[in-house]
Ligand binder design. Structure first.
Ligand code: GTP
Ligand code: MG
Length: 196
């Protein structure tokens, strides 16, 4: 959908990221939820962002330059139990600093496994985004792993839980990096953001 995608740089902290002079969107979510795979699907390039069956693959803030004019950012996942406490708090500082201070960040897509009932860890992270005024949308991943209907049911459950504390709900997308489900819809949404 996007014409050209190239890997630019991996940064250990937000103040080492490229100059914030371009439109930027980022992908976050639990470890292994499919962030890197989704970036590859959107960019139409399988090996662009490194993926792995083992959680904890992405460790740094990775910038990909799209069509020479804007950035897609792949972030490390949260909630990987095997990571030590120290690494976890380092993660929190790196990511929270990035999300709060990155002035060119337009929106962060929070990825959620479409097979699961609403998870505390995702809801807590979303609440943190809300408290810190970080704009976000929700992307439910791995839609191919069960029926589309089942994925939609889990999204409905998530909406219901969010409605208890949120006045306004964000955008919801259902995707599969395997089948390309939801790719056009998500791409169109990003295009709209780019144009505004
Ligand atoms: P970390 O970088 O470790 O946080 O993981 P990640 O969120 O970037 O996940 P990644 O894209 O590396 O994918 C994790 C595993 O899930 C890989 O084995 C992928 O092939 C698989 N996967 C990702 N998306 C999908 C999907 O839509 N469908 C299916 N069936 N598998 C997927
Ligand atoms: Mg990754």
């Amino acid at each position: 959908m996007f014409e050209k995608a190239t890997y630019l740089i991996s940064s250990p902290s937000y103040n080492q990221c490229p100059k914030p002079d371009k439109f930027e969107i980022a992908f976050i979510g639990r470890s292994n939820v499919g962030k890197s795979s989704l970036i590859n699907m959107l960019a139409g390039r399988k090996g662009l962002a490194k993926t792995s069956g083992k959680p904890g693959k992405t460790q740094l803030i990775n910038h990909f330059l799209i069509d020479e004019e804007w950035y897609l950012v792949d972030l490390p996942g949260y909630g990987y139990a095997k990571t030590s406490k120290k690494t976890r708090s380092e993660w929190a500082i790196m990511i929270e600093d990035y999300l709060v201070h990155r002035e060119s960040l337009q929106i962060v897509f929070v990825l959620i496994d479409s097979r699961l009932d609403p998870q505390k860890i995702d809801l807590e992270f979303i609440n943190w985004l809300g408290e810190n005024g970080v704009p976000f949308a929700l992307v439910f991943t791995k839609a191919d792993k069960q029926s589309i209907n089942k994925g939609q049911q889990n999204m409905a459950k998530f909406r219901k839980v969010m409605k208890q504390t949120w006045e306004e709900l964000p955008m919801f997308f259902l995707t599969s990096s395997e089948t390309g489900h939801g790719k056009d819809e998500l791409t169109e949404y990003i295009q709209t953001l780019l144009e505004n």
